[in-house]
Design a protein around this ligand. Structure first.
Ligand code: NDP
Ligand code: DXP
Ligand code: MN
Length: 385
């Protein structure tokens, strides 16, 4: 029986993964090794009982007793804390869904890769802050990394067997998020609640706000560079308010292959779960006649400065990705906590990039985890409001 683990099972992507495993037959179809979560202990325990997981892990040591109580009599082990997450990632598994939010997903993902597991990667932050480390870890163990971010899954599927040399460029679509049509002068006063709604996708709060600021798309451009080995000038962003086309691959012969689907993450997660095969998924079929039309706009870098920053990060190379991600995470924390306004996030990230670049340069591509974690800490300190 195939062994699976889900890191970040209690979140939006993780719960979609659990839903697919349940629908496939749950414990009758898959052996669940580890499920992990953060603060949502009731949800984690319910999932672990349903799938008869070997172990459930919360990231928070102070919640261990609550988790033990919630699992009592189930036969599921309970554990807590950062080391417990690493231990869980060391348990042999054939397929691991990396769905923790933020740079906190990096170490569990690297650990799973070192075991040779297939890593189904939703945690784009890992690739942005330490793409070369992930690639090296996969090469060393023979592990495979599969994209779960919808645009990257779409590129992967549209590429098929094509050689990168036949690719002219790729286009990643962007919904434009909550404030796509707002007058620019309103943005400074945008509230956390307003930024936490998405026109098309049901997702966790952090990525939803990142969609509104386009930091999500900025991260995805860097993610595409790291995942597929594309040059920065080969990666385009196109605003597509309906989120039906997720990405397109244009070839040197003038043809373009697009990937379309309803905005439902169970497609991308299910594709990675069944890869290299395909299997039916509980995703609504497309009804293009009912949709009538699909629309597109060029992205406005004045409205969304994060897109410009992504290009600067790729040009800088070295540790700029780790700094960018950590600064973005800190600025987002500060916005959610009410310490800064919505339009202050991008300038803060830019100031951190400039300050750390001036102090130390961004050096070479990351070769060890300690260096990445060092720059991550420095960037958070520099950005904090
Ligand atoms: N949501 C989506 O549709 C998409 C998400 N992604 C990416 O997938 C990842 C997950 O996103 P999403 O599901 O929306 O996020 P959520 O916020 O919904 O879920 C995050 C998960 O991570 C756990 N978690 C939070 N902080 C920590 C921590 N410090 N250590 C360990 N675990 C932690 C949460 O636990 P708890 O909730 O129990 O506290 C939860 O299980 C992100 O990298 C995101 O960018 C990519 C494409 C689409
Ligand atoms: C589902 C997914 O992959 C998200 O990253 C999504 O793309 C967010 O929507 P935006 O296009 O608004 O960033
Ligand atoms: Mn995406």
């Amino acid at each position: 029986m195939r062994r699976i683990s889900i890191f970040g099972a209690t979140g939006s992507v993780g719960a979609n993964g659990v839903d697919l495993i349940r629908r496939a037959g749950g414990p009758a179809a898959y052996h669940t090794v580890a499920l992990t979560g953060g603060r949502n202990i009731a949800r984690l325990a319910r999932m672990a009982r349903d799938l008869r997981a070997e172990i459930a892990v919360t990231a928070h040591p102070e919640l261990l007793d609550e988790l033990r109580d919630a699992l009592s009599g189930s036969g599921v082990e309970a554990a807590a804390g950062p080391q417990a997450l690493i231990d869980a990632a060391q348990r042999p598994a054939d397929w691991v869904l990396s769905a923790i939010v933020g740079a906190a997903g990096l170490v569990p993902g690297l650990t799973a890769l070192a075991q040779g597991s297939i890593l189904a990667l939703a945690n784009k932050e890992s690739l942005v802050c330490a793409g070369p480390l992930l690639r090296h870890a996969a090469q060393a163990s023979g592990a495979t990394i599969l994209p779960v971010d919808s645009e990257h899954s779409a590129i992967f599927q549209a590429l098929g067997q094509d050689n990168l040399e036949s690719v002219k460029d790729v286009t990643i679509t962007a919904s434009g998020g909550a404030f796509r049509d707002w007058p620019l002068e309103r943005l400074a006063a945008a509230t956390v609640a307003e930024a936490s709604t998405h026109p098309n996708w049901a997702m966790g709060q952090r990525i939803t706000i990142d969609s509104a600021s386009m930091f999500n798309k900025a991260m995805e451009v860097i993610e595409a560079k790291e995942f597929f080995g594309l040059r920065p000038d080969q990666i385009r962003v196109l605003v597509h308010p309906e989120s039906i086309i997720h990405a397109m691959v244009s070839h040197v012969d003038g043809g373009t292959i697009a990937h379309l689907g309803a905005p439902d993450m169970r497609h991308a997660i299910g594709y990675a779960l069944n890869w290299p095969a395909r299997a039916p998924l509980p995703v609504a079929p497309l009804d293009l006649a009912a949709l009538g039309s699909l629309t597109f706009r060029a992205p406005d870098e004045h409205r969304w400065p994060a897109l410009r920053l992504a290009r600067e990060v790729m040009a800088a190379g070295g540790m700029a990705g780790a700094v960018f991600n950590a600064a973005k995470e800190q600025a987002l924390d500060d916005f959610i906590a009410g310490r800064i306004g919505f339009t202050r996030m991008a300038p803060r990230v830019e100031m951190t990039l400039q300050a750390l670049s001036a102090r130390a340069g961004f050096g070479d591509d990351p070769v060890d985890l300690d260096t990445v974690l060092h720059w991550d800490r420095e960037a958070r300190k520099e950005t904090a409001a």
